[in-house]
Design a protein around this ligand. Structure first.
Ligand SMILES: [Zn+2]
Length: 108
């Protein structure tokens, strides 16, 4: 079997990061062939996206509560619901956006 030049790396060779295409040693890449820098960039970006989605969802819920429900009692319970919505929306949006970045091989 002939060894072809080009993108096929041998076992001991270098691998290109699937995202930024810089060359790294195999142990420096994760199982999706991403380097640590790209993973950190994607994590940071997905966290930011999560915060904004959480703020948007919680803001929409708060607006609905105060405009439609107009609570006079149990205000603490409504605030809890808004906070829970922010937290859940943030977590879910961060995981989703991170998953999408990974499947696209782009940290953004
Ligand atoms: Zn990279």
């Amino acid at each position: 079997m002939r060894i072809r030049p080009g993108r096929l790396p041998d076992i001991a060779g270098d691998f290109a990061c699937a995202s930024c295409e810089q060359t790294f040693r195999a142990p420096d890449l994760d199982r999706h062939f991403w380097c640590e820098e790209c993973i950190a960039a994607a994590r940071a970006r997905s966290k930011r996206i999560g915060v904004w989605v959480g703020i948007g969802l919680a803001g929409a819920l708060a607006a609905w509560i105060f405009l439609v429900q107009q609570p006079t009692i149990m205000i603490g319970g409504w605030i809890g619901a808004v906070l829970a919505t922010f937290w859940l929306g943030m977590r879910i949006a961060a995981e989703l956006s991170y998953g999408i970045m990974r499947s696209r091989s782009r940290p953004g």
